[in-house]
Design a protein around this ligand. Structure first.
Ligand code: FAD
Ligand code: 2HG
Ligand code: ZN
Length: 517
């Protein structure tokens, strides 16, 4: 799990006087110290990371966020901004006793402009709620992810979440037009703009996109809200090899072109897990036991009456024809196109809910990497080989890869390695499921191997989930020391006392390391 947690920094300890100051700012109800509130905000979605915050603060306005941070900065109290707490790298929960700043009360959609195709909302707006508000105006959010029912737009911006439709909408670095951010000393940066063009010096908002709460608290977001399609089609194709999955992607880019919204893949192990774990999940192509599956989503706009536009029926015919042509040319073994919205959503769920199935199965080691598309699945194969080699090197089914056998042995026969992800973006989700729990021995087989292998391909050790508490010490696999040092200097500009989300993203300086030894 990324080794031992970083030692507690030299931050102040929360006192009754601090709680009284917070109550003054927020009112009694929004300063939570009860066990239920603290349990929920101290533990992450995977139940892998757990902190020990003594208070959860729930502001409703930017001015309150500003007053809280002013107080914390003056006192030297550490703070973790928390959105929907669906992050997968332990970034949104405390490592030690940091104060949790929950954004859920700041959830208003402030303005929607259907002509410009823009929306402004508060950071605590749940992505699915925003989607519904936009759908009512014929618009859609520029991102979609499996956690949409819980994650917040401020969390999405702060992690630079990618998700399922990046193929169509691009990254949030392009879709976000403006932000309001409160920096560590309580300063409010009003960078909220809905302009498409604004070349007035440094584009400061970009620094906060993907900063994971280490530079400031995002309080408002302005972003593009594209037109909602009048119809979508989902197809699942079974393919005989990963190379065929890549060939199907290449083909889709030319044949489905502008309509393509998503191009995802999963392997057989992922499908088996979903089928055995999630109620109602059905094999999309029960006659074929393929090693890989690709999922496409295509969109149609308009009602077919305008020049060059097609009806949804015609668009679906086009997708069916594409699937048929893949089969005819031997790229796909079989394929199915969703017959209606219910069928389409059942097909999507097979891909979208793999993480939920993994959570049901027990402990899981997650790696979220960017790699050259053709080589993406090699990492899954290499990981399986490595696991098998260490298992056969062991005398029994229990294996130990580290010094203390008693604490590191695990039953390798229960461990499974899954590969799935956003094929259209070159983003692999390598997941190693260990139903019996986390084991240092298993971790030693996986790390630093996965990071080193990724670095050798000049990939990224975090494609979309971020660095959080999991990977600060691995950052050097994806960034050189000069770049990491530049990041530290940026941190010092916005948060000189280092109170915002300490222990996350940035690795400690070597000198800091040494002084602690
Ligand atoms: P949190 O988990 O609460 O926080 C995440 C980070 O952002 C933390 O560092 C936190 O401190 C910071 N933060 C949160 N809010 C603010 C704020 N207002 N200001 C400053 N910092 C803030 N991720 C993807 O990229 N693509 C996917 O397809 C995807 N699918 C997922 C599917 C499931 C089932 C789950 C559980 C997770 C998935 N994720 C995915 C990961 C996660 O949902 C995203 O990282 C999401 O953007 C996190 O949003 P959140 O509101 O839950 O943030
Ligand atoms: C997805 O694409 C998410 O489903 C989660 O990014 C991936 O759980 C994971 O590893
Ligand atoms: Zn993903």
């Amino acid at each position: 799990m990324g080794g031992d947690p970083a030692p507690r920094g030299d931050f102040a300890v929360l006192t009754d006087a601090d709680l009284a100051a917070f109550r003054e700012i927020l009112g009694d109800d929004n300063v939570r110290t009860d066990a239920r509130s603290l349990d929920a905000c101290n533990e992450d979605w995977m139940r892998k990371y757990r902190g020990n915050a003594g208070v959860l603060l729930l502001p409703a306005r930017t001015s309150q966020v500003s007053a809280i941070l002013r107080h914390c900065n003056a006192r030297g109290l550490a703070v973790v901004p928390q959105g929907g707490n669906t992050g997968l790298v332990g970034g949104g929960v405390p490592v030690h006793d940091e104060i949790v700043l929950g954004m859920r009360r700041m959830n208003a959609v402030l303005s929607v402009d259907p002509v410009a195709g823009t929306v402004v909302c508060e950071a605590g707006c749940v992505l699915e709620d925003l989607e519904h508000a936009l759908n009512a105006r014929g618009m859609t959010a520029p991102l979609d992810l499996g956690a949409k029912g819980r994650c917040q737009i401020g969390g999405n911006v702060s992690t630079n979440a990618g998700g399922l439709r990046l193929v169509r909408h691009g990254s949030l670095h392009g879709s976000v037009l403006g932000l309001e951010v409160v920096t560590a000393d309580g300063t409010v940066l009003d960078l909220v703009r809905t302009l498409r063009k604004d070349n007035t010096g440094y584009d400061l908002k970009q620094l906060f996109i993907g900063a994971e709460g280490t530079l400031g608290v995002v309080t408002k977001v302005a972003m593009l809200a594209p037109r909602k399609p009048t119809g979508v089609d989902v197809a699942v194709c079974a393919v005989g090899s990963f190379a065929d999955a890549v060939a199907a992607l290449r083909d889709a880019r030319t044949k489905l072109g502008d309509c393509l919204q998503a191009f995802e893949f999963f392997d057989r192990a992922s499908l088996e897990l979903v089928l055995s774990t999630l109620r109602g999940a059905r094999d999309p192509l029960p006659k074929t036991k393929a090693p890989f599956y690709v999922v496409t989503e295509t969109a149609v706009f308009g009602d077919g009456s305008g020049k060059g536009s097609v009806t949804h029926r015609a668009a679906r015919r086009r997708v069916r024809a594409w699937v048929r042509s893949l089969r005819k040319r031997g790229v796909a073994i079989d394929g199915v196109v969703g017959e209606d919205a219910k069928h389409a959503s059942a097909l999507w769920n097979l891909r979208e809910r793999i993480s939920v199935a993994l959570k049901h199965a027990g402990a899981v080691y997650k790696y979220d990497v960017s790699l050259p598309t053709e080589r993406m699945y090699d990492l899954v194969v290499e990981t399986r080989n490595r696991l098998a080699a260490s298992t056969s090197a062991s005398t029994s089914t229990s294996t130990s890869a580290s010094t203390s056998a008693a604490s590191t042995s695990f039953d390798a026969s229960k461990v499974s390695v899954l590969g799935y992800g956003h094929l259209g973006d070159g983003n692999l989700h390598l997941n190693v499921s260990s139903p019996d729990g986390y084991h240092p021995g298993l971790e030693a087989i996986l790390e630093p191997f996965v990071y080193q292998w990724t670095a050798e391909q000049r990939g990224s050790i975090s494609a979309e989930h971020g660095v959080g508490a999991m990977k600060p010490r691995e950052l050097a696999h994806s960034k050189d020391e000069a770049s990491i040092e530049a990041m530290r200097r940026v941190k010092e500009v916005f948060d000189p006392r280092g109170i915002l989300n300490p222990y996350k993203v940035l690795p400690p300086r070597l000198t800091e390391h040494r002084s602690k030894l």
